[in-house]
Write a protein that binds this ligand. Structure first.
Ligand code: GAL
Length: 823
């Protein structure tokens, strides 16, 4: 049987840390030392199976992102191999002293159709790739001997309408705890009273006694610890087991609580310690926040203050990093969203990774967590409808149990555009799901996103949930709220404007499918069920109390390359994709994380720090275009445009309007054009040189943006988002690669291929450029820039750290060298 030194180290590490542990609970990462093979051989579940030639890797792992791109891999889901059968195996030891304890494995998510075998025996299976689960492997373990875990993964093509990734793509944990312990997701923390001077915190804990001889008297002490590590409340309760489980309810009071809020997301934690005869037998720690949420027809209120939801929908993938969870990759995505002014995330259309939610708790972002994209009725061939009957209840309960203590979560979505909207008895499922939500968490409202709004109302689905989400129906908000006097309606999915970063097609017309496979970034393109952001702003502004919106989408994502793929709006049926289009154009930010123009349109609406943005680029020589439409996005009052110092006049926000085409079908009697008060426009003759916009607030200059005509590409600039990263084998530095002319002007049309050399304790994790129609691999040491930019992502090696030298070169350009330090 195969033994690598790496594997031995990891076995020894586990062995030592387990034997060194006290009698209390130990939680260890179980990500290292795995073996992987795309085999269909079911004998791979067996202990003695020969795995000596298998690939060694660490989790989280998404094999599909390794590519290659192929049109037969279905461009609708990213053109990547997200299907196949594969096995993961890991050899590990658990010290003999752990006998008598409970040993569990916790998988945060396996994509998908997974079966888990321990020492040759099947211990678990789970179809839904987005669900987290714990497996008790106590009785399958050889204590002191060698154990083998084997995980079969069998994702299918078209298991979703988007890129799912494939493999054990989220973290895995091993826990060793005593027979008497707080159950997995076993405490539910609520705050029945929240006032300025005090908060009452209710902690309901389920304690499990896995063995019969654990009768006796126990005590549980629960303390609340604030963000500085000080104990702010404590209580002790007695209990005994009359069955396998005991349930304890404790109430604690926190004086002068620090509320969890968007700007100050204060977190507390509970530490619950179980004692038998004054000796501790288990300890369980859980984060929570103290805050109130309230929904009414006057809006959403956090801690009594109105907060308009400036939300975005996000798919699960992290672009070129694929579906594999990465803490820093997720954090970067959320930081970019916050910079745009986002305060809420909809986890479309599935339960999120624990890391994403940890970050939302920590960063002060509100979350709508969504369970499903379909129920019984399928949208695509191999989707969740296949597993619905057997699994929906458990998948929904598990999502809520895992996440209900998180302050960031403000609503549970039971589904997105489920086809049962159109069924007369569709409300029955909605009713069942809403009931499950309330049983698991009576304190948060339920919601769903309806695209066939009229049918969802007529068939009674909308009446079953607390917050009625309308997808792409802004023109219906007012009339629905008027007709249904107690409903709260909001934009659960909005806009779906499409664009490619840095691409401008002139003359300014609606190009449904421009032959370049790129969509113009004048932010006036959208499929016929959708519309530019301004239209949503208009309807939101005409109903000042509306709760807000969730834009489709914050980031581009893999798969669904609309408009280069057809879509039957109700069934999400057949697609003919124009290869190589393979990822979305919907994001306000491209797949590589570079803001598109739309990012600034939202920023102008959602932020208050004076900003101004100008588009398009200023390199039109040789294009034959004489007059250039120029757009300006600003949150200031007025702006003035200059070309080579000549003023083209001041325009006033809200007064001077910009005409954009509108074609979306759900706006009855819609005008052909919408005169948007949310952007400014000048049409100016093209003249190379400098274009500048100056924005004024209260009559004073508040922000400026200048674009210069660039000469030929001459140099490469490398800009890391972080120069010092942690040497933990996980941390990332995202390095923006920019092409500039000899004077340092950005070359907005450059498409040079850049080669990367890196030395030191890091590897290339991914490369990208945000081009939705590129088949260059995401894992490579080169990338073409797309409209002047590409991205290099480096990942630290685990160890002591050191200097990482990164060199970027391209024929004809000055080479660039930077250093990033891992510590
Ligand atoms: C919606 C759907 C999303 C996405 C979007 C594109 O109908 O809920 O998942 O497909 O359309 O506009």
């Amino acid at each position: 049987m195969y033994r690598s030194s790496l594997l031995l180290i990891s076995i020894l590490f586990l062995y030592n840390s387990l034997s060194a542990q006290s009698s209390l609970r130990k939680r260890l990462s179980f990500n290292e030392g795995w073996l992987f093979n795309k085999t269909t051989d079911s004998a791979a579940s067996q202990i003695q199976y020969k795995d000596s030639d298998w690939r060694k890797l660490s989790l989280p792992h998404d094999w599909a992102i390794e590519g290659p791109f192929k049109p037969e891999y279905n461009p609708r889901t990213g053109g990547l191999p997200i299907f196949d059968k594969a096995w993961y195996r890991k050899h590990f030891k658990i010290d003999a002293s752990a006998k008598g304890k409970i040993v569990t494995l916790e998988f945060d998510g396996i994509m998908y159709n997974s079966s888990v075998y321990v020492n040759g025996q099947k211990v678990y299976e789970r179809p839904y790739g987005y669900s987290s689960f714990e497996i008790d492997i106590t009785s399958y373990i050889k204590y002191g001997g060698e154990n083998v875990i084997a995980v079969k993964v069998n994702p299918q093509e078209l298991s979703a309408r988007w890129y799912t990734g494939a493999g054990i793509y989220r973290n895995v944990w091993l826990e060793v705890k005593n027979a008497v312990h707080v159950k997995h997701w076993g405490n539910h923390i609520t705050t029945p009273v929240v006032a300025k001077d005090k908060a009452r915190v209710k902690v309901e804990t389920t304690i499990s006694s896995k063995q019969k001889n654990n009768a006796g008297n126990y005590q549980m002490k629960t303390s609340i610890i604030d963000a500085n590590g000080s104990e702010v409340a404590t209580t002790m309760s007695k209990f005994n087991f009359t069955a396998n489980e005991a349930k304890i309810i404790q109430e604690l009071e926190v004086k002068n609580p620090k509320l969890w809020d968007l700007k100050t997301p204060h977190l507390y934690k509970t530490i619950s310690t179980i004692y038998k005869n004054n000796s501790p037998v288990d300890v369980y720690v859980e984060n929570f926040g103290i805050r109130t949420i309230k929904y009414s027809r006057e809006g959403f209120f956090l801690n009594g203050k109105r907060v308009k939801l400036q939300g975005v929908c996000l798919h699960n993938d992290l672009g070129a990093l694929g579906a594999a969870v990465n803490y820093r990759g997720t954090e970067r995505q959320l930081q970019i969203m916050k910079e745009m002014g986002v305060n809420a995330i909809r986890t479309s259309h599935n339960p999120a990774s624990p890391e994403q939610l940890d970050l939302c708790d920590k960063m002060g972002l509100l979350v709508q967590e969504e369970a499903f994209d379909c129920w019984e009725m399928p949208k695509v061939e191999n989707d969740y409808s296949k597993y619905w009957a057997q699994w929906h209840e458990q998948d929904l309960r598990d999502m809520i149990r895992r996440d209900r203590n998180r302050p960031s979560i403000i609503m549970w979505s039971i589904g997105n555009e489920i086809r049962e909207q159109n069924k007369e008895d569709g409300y029955l499922i909605a009713r069942e799901l809403a009931k499950i939500c309330k049983e698991e968490d009576p304190n948060r409202p339920t919601t769903a996103g309806f695209n066939n709004f009229t049918a969802a109302i007529k068939n009674g689905l909308a009446a079953e949930i607390d917050l009625v989400g309308a997808n792409y129906k802004p023109a219906d908000y007012a009339s629905t709220m008027k007709e249904y006097k107690d409903w709260i309606v909001y934009g659960s999915e909005t806009a779906s404007c499409v664009s490619s970063r840095g691409v401008y097609h002139l003359p300014l017309e609606k190009y449904d499918k421009h032959p370049s496979l790129q969509v113009s970034s004048y932010d006036n393109q959208s499929p016929n069920w959708a519309y530019p952001p301004d239209v949503e702003f208009h309807f939101q502004d005409s109903l000042p109390n509306i709760m807000g919106e969730f834009v489709w989408t914050g980031f581009d994502y893999l798969g669904e390359p609309t408009p280069y793929g057809g879509k039957d709006n109700l069934t999400h049926g057949n697609w003919d994709v124009d290869w190589p289009s393979r990822s979305s154009y919907f994001g306000a930010v491209d797949l590589a994380g570079f803001p598109k123009d739309r990012f600034y349109l939202y920023q102008s609406r959602w932020t208050t720090e004076p900003m101004v943005h100008l588009l398009p680029h200023w390199n039109w020589e040789g294009s034959g275009i004489k007059e250039i439409p120029v757009y300006c996005y600003t949150n200031c009052d007025e702006a003035e445009l200059f070309v080579n110092g000549k003023s083209y006049g001041r325009k006033k926000m809200g007064v001077d309007k910009t005409r954009i085409p509108v074609s979306f079908f759900a706006w009855k009697n819609r005008p052909k054009y919408f005169d948007s008060p949310y952007r400014l426009n000048w049409n100016v003759p093209y003249e190379k040189g400098e274009i500048k916009v100056v924005a004024y607030k209260d009559g004073k200059q508040a922000a400026v943006k200048t674009i210069n005509t660039a000469k030929n590409p001459s140099q490469i600039k490398l800009v890391p988002d972080r120069k010092v990263i942690s040497a933990d084998g996980e941390d990332l530095s995202f390095i923006t690669v920019k092409i500039e002319d000899e004077n340092g002007n950005f070359c907005a049309l450059a498409d040079n291929k850049v080669d990367f050399k890196i030395s030191g304790p890091a590897t290339i994790a991914a490369v990208d450029n945000g081009n939705a129609a590129s088949t260059e691999p995401f894992q490579a040491n080169y990338r073409k820039v797309f409209n002047g930019l590409c991205l290099l992502v480096i990942k630290s090696k685990k160890g002591t750290g050191g200097e990482v030298k990164i060199e970027a070169s391209s024929p004809g350009l000055k080479t660039s060298l930077i250093t990033v330090v891992t510590k």
